[in-house]
Design a protein around this ligand. Structure first.
Ligand SMILES: Nc1ncnc2c1ncn2[C@@H]1O[C@H](COP(=O)(O)OP(=O)(O)O)[C@@H](O)[C@H]1O
Ligand SMILES: [Mg+2]
Length: 389
């Protein structure tokens, strides 16, 4: 029993419950473990969480539990109930607000508990598109020129904008607020779209130079040094004439729409030099913004062949048919291996902590139990951790 590695899968629930949810059941990995779902109610990442649960539970020597949370206090309760060695963090919101996703990472960080995915500060930077853009620009990473506008009445105070430009809500993802008319060609269109974004999404808009060219996604996996997985590409040539070549909300979510049917996600075919440049900018953006374990960097390549970072996605979708898993598959990694590589990254940090504590002669008893067992079972290869039989 004591040699089992305890994994708590935390996902976010979209709504509050009128009553307390009972603790979820542990699943024990016996190589064939299946059973009732353990997910009591609908939540937006429920299918991914369920699939991950099955994948992880199939590994011998692990105990895995899933809890979907709404309030931060439910995270504490889940940790108290399950006493995990590591948390697989799939929280995309708290209190039903996706902007509070960062608080889950913050809480886990404060508790000193190893968890998968990016730390608080990286999630926070990437939540605000302008903030991420400016950090990258300061670090010398090529990004499109971007300004923030909080009202259409303030357009005259902006530096000169070159057209075409794209208008996006400042703090959304999943292409929320991105539609054909987001690409604007003159001041009139710009004013109308800023007005639309500010009033619909109740937040400032950002106005960004539109990069005409190929759209590539660069996925990275691993810690401390992530590897770049073979890039994906979005193709737009099946869109009807006149549709801008962008991934709108409909193209991601509205099956059957013109945007959806006209855009395809494929493996990118790149010449060696193109691949090197795209991989390098993806790696650099990942590093500069402090991402960890896994993430996806969206890149557009202009007519001159220069890549620009347009969006950085820490804790991106890990579903089996999502872009990240597909990129891992292109690298020859089956789904379960990809998931375990993410988990191993977090478990390695636990090992590093243990080594640090030991070298300072401090007891790590409360935070870190059985690190060597974890190291040997999952072949973590951490300095100072010997493989016990
Ligand atoms: N500067 C840009 N130039 C060209 N297309 C862009 C630009 N910014 C965004 N897009 C298009 O809009 C889509 C969504 O924008 P993005 O910033 O990635 O937002 P989200 O976080 O919602 O994914 C991108 O996938 C791309 O097709
Ligand atoms: Mg994006």
């Amino acid at each position: 029993m004591g040699t089992e590695t305890r994994i708590l899968l935390l996902s976010s629930r979209d709504h509050q419950e009128g009553f307390d949810e009972p603790p979820s059941q542990w699943r024990r990995g016996e190589g064939h473990s299946r059973g009732p779902s353990g997910i009591a109610r609908a939540d937006s990442v429920a299918p991914v969480a369920e699939h991950l649960l099955e994948t992880v539970a199939a590994t011998p020597g692990v105990r895995v539990a899933h809890r979907s949370v709404f309030h931060p206090s439910e995270i504490l309760a889940a940790i108290g109930d399950h006493r995990p060695d590591v948390v697989l963090n799939l929280c995309e919101a708290l209190g039903g607000d996706s902007r509070l996703e960062v608080h889950a990472a913050w809480l886990l960080q404060r508790l000193g508990l190893p968890f998968t995915g990016s730390p608080f500060h990286a999630l926070r930077h990437c939540l605000y598109k302008l903030e991420a853009n400016q950090i990258l620009a300061r670090a010398g990473v090529r990004v499109p020129a971007t300004v923030r506008v909080d009202s259409p009445d303030h357009l005259q105070h902006l530096p000169r904008i070159t057209f075409p430009a794209i208008v996006k809500p400042e703090r959304e993802d999943g292409s929320l607020g991105i539609e054909s008319r987001s690409v604007v060609h003159d001041l009139g269109e710009l004013r109308a779209q800023v007005d639309h974004v500010v009033h619909t999404y109740k937040q400032p808009a950002i106005v960004q130079r539109y990069i005409h060219g190929r759209e590539l996604s660069v996925s990275l996996l691993g810690w401390p040094t992530p590897r770049v997985l073979p890039p994906g590409e979005i193709t737009f040539h099946e869109l009807p004439h006149g549709y801008p070549h962008i991934l709108t909300f409909d193209s991601k979510w509205e099956a059957g729409s013109v945007d959806y049917n006209g855009t395809k996600s494929v493996a990118a075919v790149l010449r060696p030099r193109e691949l090197r440049r795209v991989a390098a900018i993806g790696r650099r953006a990942f590093d500069v913004l402090g991402l960890r374990d896994y993430g996806r960097v969206d890149v557009r390549v202009d007519e001159r062949g220069d890549p620009y970072v347009i969006d950085v996605n820490p804790n991106c979708d890990l579903s089996e048919d999502g872009g990240f898993a597909l990129a891992a598959a292109r690298a020859g990694l089956p789904y379960a291996d990809m998931v375990w590589e993410v988990l191993r990254s977090a478990l390695r940090r636990r090992e590093d902590d243990a080594v640090l504590f030991a070298s300072r002669g401090r007891s790590s008893r409360n935070r870190l139990s059985r690190p060597r067992e974890v190291a040997s079972r999952f072949n973590l290869g951490v300095a100072g951790a010997t493989a016990a039989p």
